[in-house]
Write a protein that binds this ligand. Structure first.
Ligand SMILES: [Fe+2]
Length: 422
């Protein structure tokens, strides 16, 4: 018997189709992301070889006496080590450190699914000292070029660092911005990137691209990364990010390691937080870091901004919970990303504009890639503009204690500047 098409059934079918249409419209981005992430077979443009590449400095311990170095090779290379010495390249007084090896996997990369990633931690280094180093395999005689790094000073002294917002998209342009930043600001001690280093953190070919366009930079100055929402696939572990970067293990107890951490450089404390995970879970640890530090300057870095730059992107917990702790212990600057339009607030305290930087915190959002969002006027914005890739330099001076913050565009034009004096 043929089913009867009644008016009721026709209406149910009609509303069902309408509901499915709106559900798809609402979740289209997530559906496409999920499908792309789990189904796309890809080809690596920059295939690993026997020669080390993607050489990257990070800190996983004290910047005064340790230096962590990581690099990749093809899986044919089973061992790796670092040769290093004080001063420039040479054979005398050569020190050696053996690296740990890890297999880095992206099974959908059809021409290069497995790499080896080597990580070595150099210890017992002298503070404020330049070392030359090279990485590779002694038996195969495959060594990198010599490069240099410098350890952090023992006692406080003036220094500079660079902060960048999301690279994420347009990595070739981002690479040119990085080269410009390096040329114009070679004195930087390290580069802090406030999350979304690439667009899809589960795709190793994007990480390969990130390292390709920044070669010659992170092998000389450490990268201090912050975990953004694009650096991994939502509810998964950020496996590639954790494989690629060895970071301090001093985050909150019972919290996934290396996703929140802190370190001190000269007279400045840096607290890196993970705004992808519950804000309140990190609050007691954040308070501990700030209350126990005697540093003159205090910086917080995380991905989702407390004061939005783009429309419809409020992160109330970040502003209310972490913001209250920043107020209590006087964080000087909060370095953020995610909103893809430049914003520097007035000094803020309790969600309101403070009288001066002595009472409040500057919150900054910037973008270093080519993905841009619209911007609305905000009463908390002192300087705001959309559609510009920038890098920011922060110079810490002493006697008197001053902080000079500047934002530059690709052409080296100054876009924002503020000075704080203690
Ligand atoms: Fe983001």
């Amino acid at each position: 018997m043929k089913p009867r098409i009644t008016r009721r059934r026709a209406l149910i079918a009609f509303f069902g189709i309408v509901a499915l249409y709106f559900a798809f419209r609402e979740f289209k981005g997530d559906v496409i992301d999920w499908y792309a992430h789990s189904h796309f077979v890809r080809t690596a443009a920059y295939v690993a070889s026997d020669s080390p590449d993607q050489i990257c400095l990070t800190w996983s311990d004290d910047p005064r006496t340790t230096q962590t170095i990581q690099w990749r090779t093809a899986t044919s290379v089973m061992e790796g080590s670092v040769e290093y010495r004080e001063g420039g390249p040479g054979e005398d007084n050569l020190l050696k450190a053996k690296a740990d090896r890890k297999v880095v996997e992206d099974v959908l990369l059809q021409n290069d699914p497995l790499n080896h990633r080597f990580t070595a931690v150099l210890r017992d280094l002298k503070p404020d000292t330049t070392y030359a180093y090279r990485v590779g395999n002694a038996a195969q005689n495959t060594w990198s070029e010599w490069a240099e790094f410098k350890t952090a000073p023992e006692a406080p002294r003036p220094f500079s660092f660079t902060y960048l917002g999301d690279p994420q998209k347009g990595l070739d342009s981002w690479g040119r911005l990085m080269q410009a930043a390096q040329e114009q600001y070679s004195s930087t001690a390290f580069y802090l990137i406030a999350g979304d280093l690439i667009n899809d953190g589960g795709w190793r070919n994007e990480w390969d691209h990130f390292f390709r366009v920044s070669r010659g930079i992170f092998d000389r100055r450490p990268l201090v990364p912050v975990l953004g929402n694009h650096d991994y696939s939502y509810d998964e572990v950020p496996q590639l990010y954790l494989d690629l970067f060895s970071l301090p293990l001093n985050g909150p107890a019972d919290f996934p390691p290396e996703r929140a951490y802190s370190f001190t450089y000269s007279n400045a404390l840096f607290v890196v937080l993970d705004s992808n995970l519950p804000v309140e879970d990190q609050a007691p640890w954040l308070e501990e870091q700030l209350s126990e530090s005697t540093a003159t300057w205090k910086f917080a870095a995380y991905h989702h901004p407390a004061f939005p730059s783009a429309p419809h992107r409020r992160n109330v917990d970040v502003r209310d919970i972490w913001g209250a702790i920043f107020d209590k212990y006087h964080v000087d600057m909060a370095l953020q990303g995610h909103d893809h339009a430049y914003l520097r607030t007035y000094p803020m305290r309790g969600g309101e504009r403070a009288a001066s930087a002595k009472e409040g915190t500057y919150y900054v959002v910037s973008v270093s890639g080519t993905k841009f969002y619209d911007q609305e006027p905000h009463d908390y914005a002192e300087v705001a503009f959309p559609d510009v890739m920038t890098y920011q330099t922060i110079d810490i001076g002493m006697n008197p204690d001053t902080l000079t913050y500047r934002a530059y565009d690709m052409e080296g034009k100054l876009r924002d500047e503020v000075v704080i004096t203690k």
